[in-house]
Design a protein around this ligand. Structure first.
Ligand code: GDP
Ligand code: CA
Length: 308
């Protein structure tokens, strides 16, 4: 079993490549739920849904989130009624939130709902939330402490980040499927996807037990840098690094994951900044072929680091 740790867009793109490169049953994608929130009375899980739609081939390739060919009639009608429409939810996407909210209200855990949705959408690999317990990313800024979606969508990532915290981790457990994998000797390696290290991967590492499990690993673990030429492909990763007084370079990513990874995959544009344990290749995933090629290269690299 290969385990991929992923957030939304960047994570989903590589997870899609891994899903093509590995036979069914040999990949589990563990997804960040720190961005989850309740909105309009609905439980919204942005990163799990992005991974689900992407692996199902339903994702909008341009936007990166939501469903391709989506319409927004409900949002438009909501706006007409004076409702809250700052967080855009497509008509088809709403069905996911409505059905998930109904099942959660009946007491079903998020992971079994996700597993069922994924199976119904034809996904043959595991997609599991990091935890079934609510964990919420809080962005601490000069303008106060902001819930993640307030920072990300309402404020468009403008406030400078002083630090991040993950509310709820104290009482949280890994989801049962993740817990099983952490106990088993079936794990051949872990791939940290090119997701935002601070907003997407750190919440997963903050789930009790996950960081010590990786620190004590008997299998290799690699990360793929989300930065290309000192810039994020999308989103605030480089901006956050500047705010945290970090250089937006491969070494800072490697330092961030110190003790957790055995190698870092970096883009050819950053080859001048390569160091000891690096694989230099093209990491920009514009299309399906890019995703699959990068996934296969990452898997070979991972295999080459197997501790003998
Ligand atoms: P979010 O939850 O939607 O923000 O998704 P992630 O955290 O998974 O992904 C955001 C990160 O993905 C950003 O830091 C991007 O730089 C990175 N990213 C997106 N597409 C690519 C790509 O094609 N290649 C690489 N290397 N990184 C990417
Ligand atoms: Ca996200």
């Amino acid at each position: 079993m290969i385990i991929a740790l992923a957030g939304g867009v960047g994570g989903a793109r590589l997870a899609h490549g891994l899903a093509r490169a590995l036979p069914p049953g040999e990949l589990t994608v563990v997804v960040n739920t720190g961005d989850d929130f309740t909105h309009l009375g609905l439980n919204i899980c942005p990163d799990p849904d992005t991974v689900m739609y992407t692996l199902a081939g339903l994702a909008d390739p341009e936007r990166g989130w939501g469903v391709e060919g989506e319409t927004f009639n409900a949002m438009e009608a909501l706006g007409q009624l004076g409702g809250e429409n700052w967080f855009s939810l497509g008509d088809r996407d709403l069905a996911t939130h409505i059905e998930r909210t109904r099942r959660l209200a009946l007491g079903e855990p998020l992971s079994t709902i996700m597993a069922d949705f994924c199976a119904r959408l034809g996904i043959q690999h595991g997609v599991i939330p990091m935890s079934d317990d609510p964990i919420r990313t809080i962005v601490h800024t000069a303008e106060g402490d902001l819930p993640f979606q307030d920072y990300f969508v309402r404020h468009r990532c403008a406030p400078a980040i002083a630090r991040l915290s993950f509310k709820g981790t104290g009482d949280a457990s890994p989801s049962p499927a993740l817990n099983d994998l952490m106990q088993s000797d079936r794990v051949r390696g872990v791939v940290i996807c090119p997701s935002n290290p601070f907003l997407s991967i750190d919440p997963i590492l903050a789930v009790p037990g996950v960081r010590p499990w990786l620190q004590g690993r008997k299998f290799p673990c690699i990360a793929i840098s989300p930065l290309i030429g000192g810039k994020a492909v999308k989103g605030p990763a480089a901006k956050i690094m500047a705010e945290l007084q970090l250089d937006a370079k491969p070494r800072a990513i490697a330092l961030h994951y110190q003790g957790l990874i055995d190698g870092l995959v970096i883009d050819q544009e950053d080859s001048a900044d390569a160091f000891g344990q690096c694989l230099v290749t093209s990491t920009l995933m514009r299309n399906m072929a890019d995703r699959e090629r990068l996934a296969r290269e990452a898997l070979s690299y991972l295999e080459s680091l197997r501790i003998v």
